[in-house]
Design a protein around this ligand. Structure first.
Ligand SMILES: C[S@@+](CC[C@H](N)C(=O)[O-])C[C@H]1O[C@@H](n2cnc3c(N)ncnc32)[C@H](O)[C@@H]1O
Length: 194
């Protein structure tokens, strides 16, 4: 099996994230041995449609292409499940914001998915949690780091999406950083400010 064969098979199970994950892996393909850090780990078996199973996808990417995967989650059960189902992931059971503030070294890809958004009519708590994560990760983000936030929806009459990435999206727009992914997942390639 190759990475392309694996992804070709699995991508039909990714539903609303198929386009976003395809762009993520195209970006990773340009980097030798990428360092991936995700917040919010594998918590429910085979829930590709609902959660996305990002941890399994990134673990398989590393299996075929090399690199490193760090995954953090506050829930010990999710951490256990992720450890049991991955080979290359280093899984940490901690609050994501505290964890990100202590990470050393640069990362190529930051995937933010550590908040369970329940009420789409009030995304303040969810989107501010991810804005805090971004700020906590500032020491490991460099020019070219891909930053992706999961779970965003278009809303009638509004230009910007609502969801977990709303405040990061507003920040990026005000910094003039255009989206690399503008879908259910939203992503930007970080540009150092002049
Ligand atoms: C949507 S799930 C992650 C799904 C996973 N990325 C996937 O694609 O399968 C969100 C996870 O975030 C975790 N979480 C919630 N608050 C957190 C926090 N403050 N720090 C770290 N993880 C947190 C939850 O325990 C849950 O497992």
């Amino acid at each position: 099996m190759t990475w392309l064969a694996y992804f070709d098979e699995i991508k039909n199970r990714l539903g609303k994230r198929k386009g976003g994950f395809s762009k993520i892996f195209s970006y990773l393909d340009e980097i030798k041995y990428p360092v991936i850090l995700e917040t919010g780990t594998y918590r429910e078996e085979n829930n590709y449609e609902g959660d996305g199973c990002s941890t399994l996808l990134y673990d398989n990417y590393i299996k075929y292409n090399g690199g490193k995967l760090i995954s953090v989650d506050i829930d010990p059960k999710a951490c256990e499940l992720a450890k049991e189902n991955t080979v290359f992931a280093k899984v940490y059971c901690e609050d994501s914001i505290e964890f990100l503030g202590q990470v050393e070294g640069e990362i190529d890809f930051l995937y933010l998915d550590s908040f369970n958004i329940q009420n789409w009519n009030n995304d303040w708590e969810a989107s501010s949690h991810h804005l805090k994560e971004l700020f906590a990760a500032k020491n490991c983000i460099k020019e070219g780091t891909l930053i992706v936030v999961d779970d965003n929806l278009n809303q009638a009459g509004r230009k910007l999406k609502i969801g977990k990435g709303r405040l990061i999206s507003e920040l990026m727009a005000s910094l003039g950083i255009k989206p690399y992914i503008d879908d259910y997942q939203m992503g930007w390639i970080w540009e150092e400010l002049e």
